[in-house]
Design a protein around this ligand. Structure first.
Ligand SMILES: C[S@@+](CC[C@H](N)C(=O)[O-])C[C@H]1O[C@@H](n2cnc3c(N)ncnc32)[C@H](O)[C@@H]1O
Length: 231
C-alpha cells in the first residue's frame, strides 16, 4: 500500500490517519439512489471476484490496450472507480495514479482512497486528468459526479471516459435486480448522446469520441470519449 502522506497536497483536508473518505450519513440522506446502489455494488463485488477477467481492465485485453492508447494519460491522474483489482491496464506504469473506489483493492501499487465520486476528498484544480474506465455507469449520480470531476481538474485538464454498451440483453449473470435499478449492476444506463449532453451541461467540452468493436466481443460496443474543462 502506498503511503497517502505523499499525496496530502492533493487532499481537501488533512489526512489525520484516515483511510475511508465516504461520508455515509450525508450520502444516504442526499442521494436517493443510495439503497439500490448498495445492492448493485454487492452484485458487482460478486462478479469482480468470480469473473475478474470479464469485468476488470486486465492489461492484455485488446479493448484495454486500445483505451490506454486513446486516453494517453500523463501527470497526476485520478481514476474514478479504479476497481478492487491491481492497477487498471489503461493506466501506464509511468503515470502518477490516484485511484478511488468504494471497493478496496488488496495492496495496490498506486495511491488508493476509499471514496465515491459524488464527494471527492480532493482540493480544487489538482489533477491533470480524470478517467472513468467502465465506471461512469456505476456511480450513484452521474451529474453530481461530473461537477466534482470538473472541480478537481486543473484549468484545461482532461476527462477520459470508456463506456461499454451491450447490443443484446446480457444473460450471463442470474442476479437480483435491485428495486429502482435497471439491471443487477446499474441504476441506469445512459446512451452516449445523453452522456455527451451531461458533459456539456456541466461545463466539460467534448473534444473526441470513438466507437470501437472487437471481433472477440462482437455484441459489445466500446465508446471512448475525450473531454476537457476550459483553460
Ligand atoms: C466495472 S468496474 C471497473 C473497474 C476499473 N475501472 C477497471 O476497469 O478495471 C466499476 C467500478 O466502479 C466503482 N464505483 C461504483 N460506484 C462508484 C462511485 N460512486 N464512485 C466511484 N467508483 C464507483 C465500483 O466499485 C467498481 O469498482
Amino acid at each position: 500500500m502506498k503511503d497517502l502522506r505523499e499525496i496530502e497536497f492533493l487532499l481537501s483536508e488533512p489526512l489525520a490517519g484516515r483511510r475511508d473518505f465516504i461520508p455515509y450519513e450525508k450520502a444516504r440522506e442526499e442521494l436517493p439512489a443510495w439503497k439500490a446502489w448498495e445492492q448493485c455494488q454487492e452484485n458487482g463485488a460478486w462478479s469482480y471476484r468470480e469473473k475478474p477477467e470479464a469485468n476488470l481492465s486486465q492489461p492484455d485485453r485488446r479493448d484495454v490496450t486500445a483505451f490506454r492508447r486513446f486516453a494517453d494519460l500523463a501527470g497526476h491522474v485520478l481514476d474514478v472507480g479504479c476497481g478492487p483489482g491491481q492497477r487498471p491496464g489503461y493506466v501506464g506504469a509511468e503515470v502518477d495514479l490516484v485511484g478511488i473506489d468504494p471497493l478496496e483493492p488488496a495492496d495496490p501499487d498506486f495511491f488508493y482512497l476509499k471514496a465515491i465520486c459524488e464527494y471527492l476528498p480532493f482540493k480544487d484544480g489538482g489533477f491533470d486528468a480524470v478517467v472513468f474506465g467502465t465506471s461512469y455507469d456505476h456511480v450513484l449520480d452521474p451529474e453530481w459526479s461530473l461537477r466534482e470531476c470538473r472541480r478537481v481538474l486543473k484549468p484545461g485538464g482532461r476527462l477520459l471516459l470508456w463506456e461499454g454498451q451491450h447490443t443484446k440483453p446480457r444473460k450471463e449473470f442470474d442476479l437480483p435486480v435491485p428495486e429502482g435499478a435497471e439491471d443487477p449492476f446499474h441504476i441506469k444506463k445512459y446512451s452516449v448522446p445523453e452522456i455527451l449532453d451531461q458533459f456539456e451541461r456541466n461545463g466539460i467540452r467534448v473534444v473526441a469520441h470513438a466507437d470501437v468493436r472487437f471481433t472477440e466481443r462482437a455484441d459489445y460496443v466500446h465508446h471512448f470519449v475525450e473531454a476537457e474543462v476550459p483553460a
